[in-house]
Design a protein around this ligand. Structure first.
Ligand SMILES: Cc1ncc(COP(=O)(O)O)c(C=O)c1O
Length: 478
């Protein structure tokens, strides 16, 4: 920012800098008291219950668990309005990768809040949204030809934008290729593409989706042949009718399902040959694996035409290549996003770029390994809680412990939904917040704050998980 502007005089004024320092150091002092999970404080239980009732009244339905944050935490620990402290291993479904009240993120938020407006728009914007988009493109450019960014408020809107870009490029082709069990968000179109029957109840179906089988580790190379065969069949049945193939390289909501490069490669190559744009939805994978973009983990960057990102970046968006750049009028909207989101998002991404997080021996890989060590030890210790899991098509689950990077899953109680819901409730009560994923089997899903969590934190977390499983095992079949 120019030193001649009134804004920089304000932001850089010694008393303003000192005030920001004071707030951040007071926060660090208060945080010291938050060092492990703890039960509610008697006097505050009513406060939390009251807010939950108010939330239920405004939304017209109750929450999944009685969570209302007090507004403070310390890394993976969060304080709720009843004074309880819990290990937060789901983080707004992958948003708070640096946990709660991280001093660096709070500082970035305070600095952004000094601006003249809270929201930047597509007509009038400040520098923060430009710097945010530049940073994303700089990272994307390292392994792909993605050259432009359209920033949005949600992952669903990033995907809507990506779809429109693909449709315009292909002259309005009506069909979309997608994998079984995929999830793209909850706009009317994304709810139709996402492979979840419950997510599209009551939505008129006006998007033509051709579903592809996802990778099945039980079948290995045969799974790859089957997928290629399916693709050929659709191409023959509907020549020149597909605007894009949407790839979710690690399926998030679908169950943290992974596939090797060899599975995606022939599909992407075939799309390239027949002129079908490849749209990669990284909304959930972004930032939290052994590379910032998962296409870099699999070395597939040369094939991606459109990429959606979101969640841990605080603001979302869609990146596309020059060849896919849309004509004026296709992408816009009142808001780009909040200055605070851009500032905190940039602080998070810059911290990740500073080194030590990515690569096969980086912090994120180390955290995943720590999760696996604890989860596998639990499976070995209590095999009766981990019976064989068979899906609706008779296929066995290859491993009770799964996922990759900062996407971790564990499958107790045969992957039964009722057991998983009960377990999540009891874990919450005992002090660990997690969620489920999958459509049957259902898995315990963890999106730990891998930016700030330490491997040894899994010890108290797994003590609580084990205690909760013991309680649930006693009641689920009675
Ligand atoms: C892969 C994927 N795409 C898109 C979305 C939608 O993002 P949002 O909820 O921000 O609209 C999600 C959200 O979970 C997701 O996991």
């Amino acid at each position: 920012m120019s030193e001649t502007t009134a804004a920089s005089q304000f932001h850089e004024a010694p008393d303003v800098r000192a005030a920001v320092d004071t707030i951040v150091s007071r926060l660090e002092m208060v945080q010291k008291g938050i060092d492990s999970a703890r039960p509610p404080r008697e006097a505050s239980v009513e406060t939390l219950d009251g807010w939950i009732a108010r939330s239920t009244a405004t939304k017209g339905r109750g929450p999944i668990f009685p969570y209302v944050g007090s507004g403070i935490g310390r890394g993976p620990l969060v304080e709720l309005l009843d004074g309880s402290v819990k290990w937060d291993l789901i983080n707004g479904i992958g948003v708070h990768m640096f946990g709660h009240s991280d001093p660096g993120m709070v500082r970035a938020a305070i600095e952004a809040s000094l601006g003249d407006v809270a929201m930047e728009g597509n007509l009038q914007f400040n520098a923060e949204s430009i710097a945010f988009a530049e940073l994303l493109l700089e990272e994307a450019n390292r392994g792909s030809s993605l050259s432009h960014a359209f920033i949005t408020n949600s992952g669903a809107m990033a995907n809507e934008s990506g779809l429109k870009v693909c449709q315009q490029k292909t002259g309005g082709r009506p069909r979309v290729l997608a994998f079984e069990h995929c999830f793209m968000g909850r706009s009317t179109t994304m709810a139709q593409i996402g492979d979840s029957a419950g997510g599209r109840v009551g939505i008129p179906l006006n998007t033509h989706v051709d579903y592809m089988p996802f990778y099945d580790p039980n079948l290995g190379a045969r799974s790859i042949e089957m997928a290629v065969w399916h693709l050929e069949q659709y191409l023959r049945r509907y020549p020149d009718q597909h605007s894009c193939f949407i790839f979710e390289l690690v399926q998030g909501e679908g169950g943290f399902n992974v596939a090797p490069r060899e599975f995606f490669l022939p599909l992407m190559q075939r799309c390239r040959e027949v002129g079908i744009p490849v749209w990669d939805d990284e909304v959930q994978t972004f930032g939290r694996n052994t590379e910032m973009f998962y296409y870099d983990v699999l070395d597939l960057g040369e094939y991606v035409d459109v990429v959606a990102f979101g969640k841990m970046s605080q603001a979302c968006g869609c990146l596309f290549t020059e060849a896919l750049a849309p004509r004026p009028g296709l992408l816009s909207g009142t808001f780009i996003g909040s200055s605070t989101a851009f500032s905190v998002g940039r602080a998070a991404l810059n911290r990740l770029r500073q080194g030590g997080y990515y690569g096969p021996t980086g912090r994120i890989a180390e955290m995943h390994a720590a999760f696996r060590t604890h989860a596998s030890a639990l499976v070995d210790r209590r095999p009766e809680w981990f019976p064989e899991v068979i899906d609706d098509f008779g296929r066995p689950l290859a491993d009770m412990v799964g996922g990759t990077g900062g996407m971790c899953r564990l499958t107790p109680f045969g992957g039964r939904k009722d057991a998983m819901v009960k377990l999540l409730d009891v874990m919450f009560e005992e002090g660990v917040i997690a969620f489920y994923c999958g459509h049957g089997p259902f898995h315990l899903r963890f999106l730990p704050p891998v930016g700030v969590m330490e491997p040894q934190h899994f010890e108290p977390v797994f003590e609580i998980v084990e205690r909760a499983m013991a309680r649930v095992a006693d009641v689920i079949d009675s």
